[in-house]
Write a protein that binds this ligand. Structure first.
Ligand code: ADP
Ligand code: ASP
Ligand code: MG
Length: 417
């Protein structure tokens, strides 16, 4: 079986959905599990709904209506007849969402977040599945929450591999086209959980691992993995093949084309990952697989925007020692803050972090009891793998460099634009 993943950009409008069908017609769909994300920027739009819900804002209704309107437009373009059962099916999901929001009593933001954002994927897969059936491409719609079991860490759930493996290997129909949601899972009480933003690539890897799939293909709006994000760097070039190791490094440092959690399950079973263009599906794209000598011959540039550079120094001029550092790291872990770079001197300790869950203000209060805390907001972290002098110069040009670190393969710069 092959696993295909189509992300938000590929199904952002009716044309996109039609294109997914055409990709499958070109590359085959007889023994395929299709993982699909929410359409376009739906997850962001549902985040706005959640914000309004918690703020008890009068805009709540309008923000839900916007999500409805967007999907309705896509439905009208895909199905000529608005009596088609898909309209009812999608409407039922919106009614469930309304019901949840008017009956929920939980004050737990992360819990509510997962129950609400999940509708993005539930609705997108409902539309795609009906559309494919409508075009005679018969498929099974699977509710991924009956397959991927997780703990109850809402917004960043951890997969229970044993249960998930059992459910997937026993219940997914082979030699068929299956369609399911990316990003979602469920906890032991069957509440919806999510695997972290952009987590649908990871869903594809979970299914691949549990099904011993032949390969995973993630279909993107770029020709494959490039040596840089084309949004920020001109003249990016395609990497035809890279090792799991190289791909993990690129994803870890922030090359958002592959979600970092995707690679480990694939590497463990040596399942190849293809990153291909949904615009030119017959082009080879990038192949990620086992191989020692697959280092790119060119420098790779990665940029992570919106980072925080924090410096902690001791209040009484004492050294920042191991015990302080371990305490600081335990706090980062508790507050779900991801550290991307570390630098320390005798009495100070600097880290470049990403505060995905908005926990830094709380953490700062705790750190300030023991350390002097200073920080720069909105800095960018540039990473160059396989750097050259010229590549480094290019990245540093016209920026204020706050921290620079060089190791054998990798150069990192924290800079203010
Ligand atoms: P999806 O629709 O699956 O969510 P994403 O938008 O998350 O897709 O990922 C594709 C985007 O990743 C590209 O449009 C590109 O801007 C960005 N990207 C970042 N780094 C790279 C890279 N090294 N190679 C290719 N694309 C990259
Ligand atoms: N829809 C989710 C998100 O936007 C998951 C994904 O697209 O991978 O984060
Ligand atoms: Mg994405």
């Amino acid at each position: 079986m092959k696993i295909f993943k189509f992300g938000g950009a590929s199904v952002k409008d009716a044309e996109g959905v039609k294109n997914v069908l055409s990709v499958l017609q070109k590359v085959g769909h007889e023994d395929v599990l299709l993982v699909i994300s929410a359409m376009g920027k739906t997850t962001n739009a549902l985040e706005v709904v959640i914000k309004h819900y918690f703020e008890k804002s009068p805009e709540l209704k309008a923000s839900i209506q916007e999500v409805r309107k967007y999907h309705n437009q896509i439905l009208l373009e895909l199905f000529e007849d608005d009596k088609h059962p898909v309209f009812r099916a999608v409407n039922v999901h919106f009614e469930e969402l309304d019901y949840f929001l008017s009956h929920n009593k939980s004050p737990n933001y992360n819990f509510v977040y997962d129950q609400v954002v999940s509708y993005g994927e539930i609705i997108s897969t409902t539309i795609v599945s009906h559309y494919f059936n409508h075009c005679n491409m018969k498929n099974n719609w699977l509710d991924v929450r009956q397959f991927i079991k997780t703990d109850a860490t809402y917004r960043d759930a951890i997969v229970d591999w044993e249960q998930t493996h059992k459910l997937i290997s026993k219940n997914v129909k082979k030699k068929a086209l299956n369609i399911t949601q990316g990003f979602l899972g469920s906890d032991e009480n069957n509440f919806t959980t999510t695997l972290g933003r952009e987590g649908s690539d990871y869903t594809a890897a979970i299914f691949a691992y549990c099904l011993n799939a032949e390969s995973v293909t993630i279909w993107k709006d770029v020709p494959g993995v490039l040596n840089a994000d084309p949004r920020y760097f001109e003249n990016a070039v395609l990497l035809n093949q890279i090792s799991y190791r190289e791909a993990i490094e690129l994803a870890f440092y922030g090359a958002s084309v592959i979600h970092p959690k995707t690679l480990q399950p694939l590497q463990r079973k040596e399942i190849p990952l293809f990153v291909k263009s949904f615009i030119n599906p017959l082009l080879p794209g990038t192949r990620v697989y086992k191989g020692a000598d697959l280092e790119p011959q060119t420098s790779c540039f990665i940029v992570k925007k919106n980072q925080l550079l924090i410096s902690l120094s001791s209040i009484d001029f004492s050294f920042i020692m191991e015990e302080n550092i371990s305490e600081i790291f335990a706090l980062f872990h508790d507050y779900k803050i991801k550290v991307s770079l570390i630098q320390n001197t005798a009495i100070s300790f600097s880290v470049c972090i990403e505060d995905k869950f908005g926990n830094f203000p709380e953490l700062k209060k705790i750190l300030s009891k023991k350390f002097k805390v200073s920080y720069n907001e909105n800095v960018s972290l540039y990473t160059i793998r396989h750097f050259t002098e010229k590549a480094a110069q290019m990245v540093e040009e016209n920026k204020t460099v706050l921290v620079k670190q060089i190791s054998r393969e990798t150069l990192q710069v924290v800079a203010k634009e």
